[in-house]
Ligand binder design. Structure first.
Ligand code: C2E
Ligand code: CA
Ligand code: CA
Ligand code: CA
Length: 279
């Protein structure tokens, strides 16, 4: 038994060591990625349910890993959060999204609203309002063409602080939305106090909407709620025409998902906007 305990311990600690080493390697790689500007943004269109036009895009962070393929955020956002690097990278995301969106406007495309995801560290950092206002000023983007996506979990910690911060952001003239709506600890009373322009219903409610009566009931109820509150409603993760039709019937105002477009590079989006403009 003593031997086994010893083995277990050494096995355990070796695993711990490996985990720690991997974390360190990851952090080193991410620091290098920041220094070498290996991050870039893809954009996923947001579609008006009535006109079917592209009215916005969501900026999604990608890592162009030097040794291989494009890396998706689920593989590195947690480590960026843990190391605190997320504030620096998140600032870059806000600035880049503003710059790119203004560039599209200068190219003559119909103005779109660009949405940027915020992490909780960013939301808690004291520099956020300054970061946003200087990104707007430096890019020349009108504030109404920028939206920040906040998750419910980010708002429950220190509600009073969250509300005053949201008001400060709204005073800049930008829009605010609640991302992944329905998956967090949403207290509906917050909706009364948060200055929110839009709810984004999480994909987990959309996936089985055609076959699952509960999902359908929830989405319809959220849609009524959003409508009565006078705010927008985006369905996330729309993958087929059945879902799109049902969602439109439920009064969903905007759609986003692979059925319309996957996230794409800035150049690709420009070529799509170009075709739409000339057709
Ligand atoms: P999210 O904000 O909920 O973004 C939507 C995710 O769903 C994206 O994954 C998108 O590619 C994916 N998606 C969109 N339509 C569909 C669909 O029809 N079907 C399916 N299966 N998936 C769809 P992605 O790009 O891997 O991003 C994952 C998450 O990483 C995001 O979830 C967001 O929470 C986070 N993230 C992305 N970019 C940033 C960023 O710049 N900053 C921060 N803090 N978080 C980010
Ligand atoms: Ca989002
Ligand atoms: Ca989401
Ligand atoms: Ca999500």
């Amino acid at each position: 038994a003593k031997e086994m305990g010893g083995n277990c311990f050494s096995f355990y600690s070796q695993e711990m060591n490996e985990r720690f080493e991997n974390l360190l390697k990851m952090e080193t790689a991410l620091r290098r990625a920041v220094a070498n500007e290996e991050f870039f943004l893809q954009y996923q269109p947001r579609i008006c349910a009535h006109t079917q036009q592209i009215i916005g895009i969501e900026a999604l962070l990608r890592w162009n890993h030097p040794e291989g393929e494009m890396v998706l955020p689920s593989c590195f956002i947690p480590q960026l959060e843990e190391s605190g690097l997320i504030v620096q990278v998140g600032t870059w995301v806000i600035r880049e999204a503003c710059r790119q969106n203004k560039l599209w406007q200068d190219m003559g495309f119909e103005p779109l609203c660009v949405s940027v995801n915020l992490s909780s560290r960013q939301f808690r950092s004291e520099s956020l309002v300054n970061t946003v206002s200087s990104a707007l000023a430096d890019s020349g983007l009108e504030p109404r063409y920028l939206e920040l996506e906040l998750t419910e979990s980010l708002l429950v910690d220190n509600t009073e602080h969250a509300i005053s911060l949201m008001h400060a952001l709204k005073e800049l003239g930008i829009a605010l939305s609640i991302d992944d709506f329905g998956t967090g600890y949403s207290s509906l009373s917050y909706l009364k106090r948060f200055p929110i322009d839009c709810l984004k219903i999480d994909r987990s409610f959309i996936t089985d909407i055609a076959s699952n009566a509960k999902d359908a009931a929830i989405v319809e109820a959220i849609s009524t709620l959003a409508h009565n509150l006078g705010i927008g409603l985006v369905a996330e993760g729309v993958e087929n025409i059945n879902q799109a039709k049902l969602l439109k019937g439920f009064g969903c105002t905007e759609m986003q998902g692979y059925f319309y477009s996957k996230p794409i590079d800035a150049n690709h989006l420009a070529s799509i906007l170009n075709q739409l403009g000339s057709s």
